[in-house]
Design a protein around this ligand. Sequence first.
Ligand code: CAA
Length: 275
Amino acid sequence: MKVGVVGLGAMGSGIAQLCVEAGIDTVGREVTLELAEGARGRIDHFLTRKVEKGQIESFDIGLLSLTTDLSDLADCDVVIEAIVEELAPKQELFAKLERVCRADTVLATNTSALSVTEIASATSSPERVVGMHFFNPAPLMPLVEIVRAELSSDAAFDIAYALGERLGKHPIRCHDTPGFVVNRVLIPLLNDCVRVLDEARVSVEDLDAGMKHGAGWPMGPCELLDLVGIDVHVHASEALYDKLREPRMAAPPRLAAMANAGLLGRKSGRGFYTY
Ligand code: CAA
């Protein structure tokens, strides 16, 4: 089996890491080789730590080849897209992938809030397009949502589901609706958490402690927003609000202001917390 991963940012490199760990021939595509090599370095680091901790016996980083050229994905069985979360670039990419890949290559998107059906509509073979939505950080979060778009074939859906299992994930099946399953619930919930910060005049630390110790969350909502990226969350909220028109989906002004000010969380060094 051979898997292509397009975009080796936080999500794509995590997905490529899972593929290497599962012993799968993997092609990672980035816009520059420097970016791709940076991702390979992170993957090597995390997998080396897993060996040191005795969680895995060994891994072969040689399974991951890097490219800037989409045509190197031609003979992949599945290609997983994890590029910028915007419809137009994703549609353009899928149209190109359709031209360069084998006719039976399954084309999967890791989109978290866009419509898989709309992405598939840019191709003339929408039956082979599905969603494979991983959670951040992909190597640590057990879930993957396998998303059936309006025209996805059973064959493509089953291949994506089987790949999710092979990557050691717990796949769940769902249809292509805004936010799928988890983000449909989690995004308004995180927005509510931020509204509570002002309404209850609770500190960031106390809100996080509240949800960890009172609701059993593994990390507090503000820590989680910093991990996901404030800009990513605001963008996903807007996408869901556009589709569903539910006020709770809209990002609270406080989050929009943070995103505009560059307080993006861990990746910018400052969000609710300083890193
Ligand atoms: N690959 C492999 N290992 C990694 C890693 C990666 N990418 N990132 C971190 N690790 C390692 C850490 O370095 C650490 O290893 P060391 O012992 O060598 O330091 C190890 O994994 C464990 O890290 P932590 O101690 O931080 O682990 P934890 O037990 O505290 O759990 C967590 C971390 C899994 C993130 C946990 O806090 C959690 O479940 N948080 C909630 C996350 C969540 O809800 N994510 C969903 C976000 S929403 C989303 O993703 C949807 C969307 O579309 C935006």
